[in-house]
Structures are given as structure tokens and as C-alpha cells.
Design a binder for this molecule. Structure first.
Ligand SMILES: [Zn+2]
Length: 257
């Protein structure tokens, strides 16, 4: 029902308008999903089920009817909450292209100085080019960089900038789409159709290999751990919060000086 509504609305209205009204429509559906089977850790609400969704290339996900979190956002929140104690640290945090559900939740934490940035739109606090960040060295205790680097032609410059602005002992947490082979990239592939065919999405400039992505982060100085955090939480949590068990969080730590 939700997907049908959204497709119908997108046919009639500009995408910007649909994005504006989508939270109200979604929340009005909350009553349909009322129940106690599952819980969203981001907004703490419980539901009979989450809203099943899929994108144009058939990637399935599940949306929280209340805050709009998707699987990777729920896992990110659980990681920030349980592993980095985000609620209790006096941290300065920079979040690239944040998902609305998460940025709203992080904004509510009074102890952190939360700054969001998006190069494409003016809706966030800043509009930074990730390869040339107008921020001082070592400013941030935590940088969140989810699903950004696969769009950036010079990802080495971006990784160097992420390292430069992260404090010694601080973290940059990242996600990118990856596969188990070598990184696929070719600057000659520039059309949306070719990028979709080779890299999985029309605006991606590469498809990372998992090991290579970690190595590239190590090359600029980070210590890197690949955390299959949903699996670490266990089957019960995967079901209760409706997580993707195969998701990997790349946890890049700047070593202490
Ligand atoms: Zn929620």
C-alpha cells in the first residue's frame, strides 16, 4: 500500500514535494502497523510489522512506519548506541548525506555537537566537498560516511580528508556497496547506463571489493575493522529489529598519536 501510494504520488507531484509530505503519510499509516512483534531501535516504537519497500532495481528493505528508518539505519543506531556510547559522549560529529531518521535522532542528543553535510542539496548544515573539507585538522570525534565514497571519483583525496579531520583515537564509520572480488572502476565509464551495468547504480563511479576498500582506508592511516554487527548482535536482535544479517560496518579508527 505504501509503495503504491508513493509511486502514484511521484507520478503526480515533483519529487521534492513527495519527500516533504512523505513523513506525514507514513505516520498516518502507523495505525495499520500497530503491534508488538518488532521494534525500531531508532524511535523505540513497536509494530506488528515494518513497511516492506523495494527500489527500482529490486533491492528490498523495510521501513519503520514512525521514523522512516531502514535496515542499515537501525543497525547504525545500534552500533552508535551500544559500541560508541554516542548518547553519553561530549563529541563533535560530522555526518555526510545523513538519512533523515538518523539525523533527527542524533540532533536530539544534547551532549553532542552534530553537524550534517550534503554536497548535492542545501537542506543540511553544510554543503561540503568531501575531497576538500573546510574544517580544521582533528576536529571530529566521529565522522559518519555512509554510501558516499562510491560516488566520488578521487576517493583517495576524500579518505585523506576524512583522516585529517578525525581526532587521534576517534572514529570514521563507513559503508559502501561492495562485492567479494577486486574493485571495479574505469574512468572511461561515464554514462548512467554503463555505470548501472558495471557498478550497480547510475551515479556510482566504482564497485568496491570489500578487502580493497579496507586497504584503501588503511593506506591513508586508519586502523580498520570490518564489523558484521548484526551477526554480532545475534538472531534474536536481527529478527526483533528487522536487520540485514550480512551488513558490514567499516570502522576506521585514527590511531592515538
Ligand atoms: Zn523508527
Amino acid at each position: 500500500m505504501y509503495q503504491t501510494f508513493k509511486r502514484f504520488a511521484l507520478r503526480l507531484l515533483p519529487e521534492k514535494w513527495v519527500k516533504t509530505i512523505e513523513p506525514s503519510i507514513r505516520k498516518s499509516l502507523t495505525i495499520v502497523y500497530q503491534g508488538g512483534n518488532y521494534q525500531c531501535p531508532v524511535c523505540q516504537q513497536s509494530f506488528r510489522k515494518f513497511i516492506p519497500i523495494s527500489n527500482d532495481v529490486g533491492f528490498a528493505d523495510e521501513l519503520c512506519p514512525s521514523c522512516g528508518s531502514i535496515k542499515r539505519m537501525r543497525l547504525q543506531w545500534l552500533f552508535l548506541h551500544h559500541e560508541l556510547n554516542i548518547d553519553y559522549n561530549l563529541w563533535t560529529v560530522l555526518d555526510f548525506s545523513p538519512h533523515r531518521a538518523l539525523s533527527t535522532r542524533l540532533c536530539d542528543i544534547v551532549s553532542i555537537n552534530y553537524i550534517s553535510t550534503d554536497y548535492e542539496t542545501a537542506k543540511e548544515d553544510r554543503r561540503y566537498d568531501i575531497t576538500l573539507l573546510p574544517e580544521p585538522d582533528q576536529r571530529f570525534h566521529l565522522v559518519i560516511c555512509y554510501h558516499v565514497l562510491e560516488h566520488i571519483p578521487d576517493d583517495e583525496a576524500a579518505m585523506k580528508e576524512l583522516y585529517r579531520i578525525t581526532r587521534p583515537g576517534g572514529y570514521t564509520i563507513l559503508q559502501v556497496p561492495f562485492h567479494e572480488g577486486a574493485t571495479k572502476e574505469d574512468p572511461a565509464i561515464t554514462s548512467p547506463e554503463e555505470r548501472l551495468a558495471h557498478f550497480g547504480q547510475e551515479d556510482h563511479v566504482r564497485l568496491y571489493g570489500r578487502k580493497d576498500f579496507s586497504q584503501r582506508l588503511r593506506n591513508v592511516g586508519f586502523e580498520v575493522k570490518e564489523r558484521r554487527y548484526a551477526k554480532e548482535l545475534g538472531e534474536e536482535a536481527i529478527e526483533h529489529y528487522r536487520l540485514n544479517p550480512d551488513e558490514v560496518i567499516f570502522v576506521a579508527r585514527r590511531p592515538q598519536d
